[in-house]
Design a protein around this ligand. Structure first.
Ligand code: CTP
Ligand code: MG
Length: 187
């Protein structure tokens, strides 16, 4: 595979990690994950992290991943455009979707410890918490897939492209969500 193809594949397989953040905004509301509890005078996670957002977000990412598998299977039944053979591909999709929102939750936990209010801007954390969560969980659970897709040889360019592109995509989607009144802040 040439570099461009490797990069395109690295972004394609990351889509199940990208969608949950936006989907969580649509599904969010209701019971907070921390059940309103505080720790050392500050909310554990805050009102911006809800069970509905988590479940709806993960389900959306997994659903998108399954659609991607369906799209890929007639062309690449072996590797599914980078997800790998079937049992593993399903696991990778689930891990990316879940990892991304676990990263988002970790980011909120850190923001609250720093005394930042819900929705307050945290440059770096807001754009990368979910990327880090998805990549780390994938590294932990599917290390061979992760190294092949984002580290070994030319695959490192896929990781670099991801780290450059994701904050731009994240920003663009959030501005759209903000203008449509779906999101309270444009970041
Ligand atoms: N959301 C949710 N549950 C999640 C993640 C997000 O309900 N697990 C919803 C919330 O309505 C949240 C919105 O999506 O306000 C935007 O998500 P995000 O920007 O991650 O949260 P913030 O409101 O900015 O809160 P924080 O400061 O904790 O990041
Ligand atoms: Mg936010």
């Amino acid at each position: 595979m040439d570099v461009l193809q490797t990069i395109a594949q690295g972004i394609w397989v990351f889509l199940p990690a990208l969608l949950p953040n936006s989907a969580a905004v649509l599904f969010g509301g209701g019971t907070p994950i921390d059940f309103g509890r505080s720790w050392r005078g500050k909310r554990v996670l805050g009102g911006g992290k809800t069970w509905n957002g988590l479940l709806g977000g993960v389900a959306s990412g997994v659903l998108l991943g399954f659609i991607q598998l369906l799209v890929a299977s007639p062309f690449d039944a072996e590797n599914h455009f980078g997800f790998g053979p079937i049992p593993q591909a399903v696991g990778v999709i689930f891990v990316l979707a879940l990892g991304s929102l676990l990263g988002d939750i970790t980011g909120a936990f850190i923001k609250r410890r720093l005394g930042m209010a819900r929705g307050e801007k945290a440059i770096g954390l807001d754009q990368y918490d979910f990327v880090a969560g998805a990549l780390l969980l994938a590294l932990l659970i599917f290390p061979a897939w992760f190294l092949k897709t984002y580290v070994q040889g030319e695959a490192i360019f896929a990781l670099i492209a991801l780290l450059i592109l994701v904050p731009l995509i994240h920003r663009a989607v959030n501005v759209i969500g903000y203008r449509r009144g779906l999101k309270k802040e444009p970041w």
